[in-house]
Design a protein around this ligand. Structure first.
Ligand SMILES: Cc1ncc(COP(=O)(O)O)c(C=O)c1O
Length: 374
């Protein structure tokens, strides 16, 4: 009998274990609390999808034909308009807009779509959303956690893609114009693409300015080699629709589009319509932001009162909190009170003494958090 052939995935670097399994026993413990679990471990929205967006989905439900992988021109123009209105990016070329099936999909496949592979490096923040690492591995490239160019050193010539994430998941840190401009200049000097994951940009709390990588102050007015990655999952309670987009360099977008067409990576047309309407309506985003603001104030006061220190967290959907002890001890302590949070170690070794507390719970559950920590 012929020897088994290597699997199609043999060239890629092994994927990490799915870390959430390790949290499951703490979830069981929290669920056993007489008042039920306060689950602040995952950033999944809990408020209703806005009527304006649901109506758009329903109105587009007759969809017998295939949708365009590139998205409709009306959708791409609406996204360009959103960048001008909300992100300080005037004159974005609608040809440089690409709908994606949620942004996690693009994060996980971008290195592959760019043709990166063995020998290439994908730089991502040291404390980071885990899918940047996964995306590098799926392509057979190597992930390189680094927050500064000095950490990359002579390996810079192998870097094909640099991820930045501002506001950060999990830390809530916002990178300023100067920092982002340095990243862009460095990446251009080594011929690497910069992808900037900005999906929490509308949720700024203690900051005046959450600049986009496409902001002229950052990129000097040229979008060459740059992609802003955005999602309406959080700002519009649309995680279930998978409605996101990337935008920036039209040449880069066409490269991605070629592969995506072949691979069938197309956003359903009813979702394209829902997304078009969502990015055109600022009122529901402002309303949702106020819900999170109120929850954040209650959760923040409760954690500070219980002896936590909160680092960064100036924007985004999480509080990055520490008691100066190993994160699993904090997870354990909170699970005993029926509260589940994510251990910072899930996001990199530098997170080993923090926990990530999500604000995606109902007002009632956030009030229960305050009661239990009092
Ligand atoms: C930093 C970051 N990027 C991307 C995503 C993916 O969002 P979605 O796939 O819902 O667009 C998330 C979701 O939590 C995130 O935190």
């Amino acid at each position: 009998m012929a020897a088994p052939t290597p699997s199609a995935g043999a060239a890629r670097t092994a994927l990490p274990d799915f870390p959430w399994d390790r949290l499951a026993p703490y979830g069981d413990r929290a669920r056993a609390h007489p008042g039920g679990i306060v689950d602040l471990s995952i950033g999944t929205p809990v408020d209703p999808t806005p009527a304006v967006v649901r109506d758009a989905l329903v109105a587009a439900s007759d969809a017998p034909g295939y949708p365009q992988t590139y998205g409709t021109p009306a959708l791409r123009e609406a996204v360009a308009g959103w960048f001008a209105r909300r992100r300080g990016v005037p004159g974005l070329d609608p040809d440089g807009v690409l709908p994606t099936i949620g942004s996690k999909e693009l994060v996980a496949w971008l290195p592959t779509l760019l043709g990166l592979g063995p020998g290439d490096l994908v730089v991502h923040p040291e404390v980071a959303y885990p899918s940047y690492d996964v995306g590098a591995r799926l392509a057979g490239a190597a992930p390189l956690p680094a927050d500064g160019t000095a950490q990359v050193g002579p390996a810079a010539s192998r870097v094909g893609l640099v991820w930045v994430n501002s506001p950060s998941n999990p830390t809530g840190r916002v990178l300023g114009v100067e920092h982002l401009a340095k990243v862009v200049a460095w990446a251009r000097s080594i011929g690497a693409v910069v992808a900037s994951d900005e999906c929490y940009a509308e949720l700024g709390w203690d900051v005046e300015d959450v600049p986009s990588i496409l902001d002229p102050r950052v990129c000097g007015g040229s979008h060459d080699g740059l992609l802003a990655v955005y999602s309406t999952s959080k700002q519009s309670n649309l995680a279930g629709y998978r409605a996101a987009f990337a935008a920036g360099d039209p040449v880069l977008v066409r490269r991605l589009l070629e592969v995506r067409k072949h691979a069938g990576m197309m956003m359903p047309w009813p979702v394209q319509e829902a997304l078009r309407v969502a990015v055109g309506d600022d009122a529901h985003v402002a309303e949702q932001k106020e819900r999170y603001r109120a929850r954040r104030e209650v959760a923040r006061a409760a954690l500070l009162g219980a002896g936590f220190t909160i680092d960064h967290s100036e924007a985004g959907l999480y509080l990055w909190a520490t008691r100066g002890e190993p994160c699993w001890d904090t997870v354990d302590r909170l699970a005993a009170r029926g509260v589940l949070v994510a251990p910072g170690a899930f996001y990199g070794a530098a997170g080993a003494e923090h926990v990530r507390v999500a604000l995606t719970a109902t007002d009632e559950r956030i009030a229960a958090l305050a009661d239990r920590l009092a």
